[in-house]
Design a binder for this molecule. Structure first.
Ligand code: CA
Length: 248
């Protein structure tokens, strides 16, 4: 892996957990080094952490060791075709949302890409602002291409049913508490910025009162303390919130 981690994306340690200042981690599968570097650097300016790989074999290695929020996929790659790779069966290991970024601009190519499992399709050259916005849109879709049950320690969240359990204890959640918990579990062990939470919980045109996020976090924290672990959900001052991924 070339391991592009640039710009504002700096790793730190919070309470023993590896935490990332960037909220979203993207795997960039692109054999043009210069383009991969530009995309990675550009996305870093928008708060994404990007890892670049130059072929499909490296992509498999990266996916086996890191949980990515999204994939940017070139189609013409040295060891195969990105579309065929996307169509592969992955029982129990679905891919995160995939955005195809390719020079193939025919209508048939776009349809084949989207029907083949991609969540979005962009033709090169692309403006980094649009790429970042498309990724944010993909990541706002609740449960897109995800496992039905996601976990952090003994805490389990059913993405389709929007319900949570800790061991045998059911945790009653409002819609926004469920959305928040899903977001935090998906990034368990990493700091999630307040602004990211606001974007995920509220539509663009919805007013957000200054203490709205704190209030939802506080209610969720109480519920997790009662049913799960007393300090599962922690505030990281000046940054955001972190869900501890205890190995329980
Ligand atoms: Ca290529």
């Amino acid at each position: 892996m070339r391991g592009f981690v640039l710009g504002a994306c700096l790793a730190m340690t919070v309470g023993g957990s590896a935490a990332n200042w960037c909220d979203m981690r993207v795997l960039i599968i692109e054999d043009n080094d210069r383009l991969a570097g530009l995309v990675s650097h550009g996305l870093a300016q928008h708060g994404f952490s990007g890892d670049g790989v130059g072929n499909l074999d490296e992509a498999e290695v990266a996916l086996a060791s890191v949980t990515y929020d999204a994939i940017i996929l070139d189609l013409g790659l040295p060891d195969g075709d990105g579309l065929e790779w996307l169509r592969r069966d992955r029982p129990g290991h679905p891919l995160p949302p995939v955005l195809i970024l390719t020079a193939r601009d025919g209508m048939g190519d776009r349809v084949a890409g989207l029907d083949g499992g991609a969540d979005d399709y962009l033709v090169k050259p692309v403006e980094i602002e649009e790429l970042a916005a498309r990724l944010r849109a993909l990541l706002r879709r609740p449960g897109a291409r995800s496992l039905p049950i996601i976990r952090a320690g003994k805490l389990a969240f059913d993405v389709a049913a929007r319900t949570a359990r800790s061991g045998d204890n059911a945790i009653e959640l409002t819609r926004r508490e469920a959305d928040l918990l899903e977001l935090l579990i998906r990034r368990a062990g990493a700091v999630v910025r307040r602004s990211t939470i606001e974007e995920a919980l509220y539509r663009f045109d919805e007013p957000v009162t200054p203490n709205a996020v704190e209030a939802i976090v506080s209610r969720l924290r109480h519920k997790l303390s009662d049913a799960d672990h007393p300090d599962r959900l922690v505030t990281v001052r000046g940054m955001g919130y972190l869900l501890r991924d205890y190995g329980d």
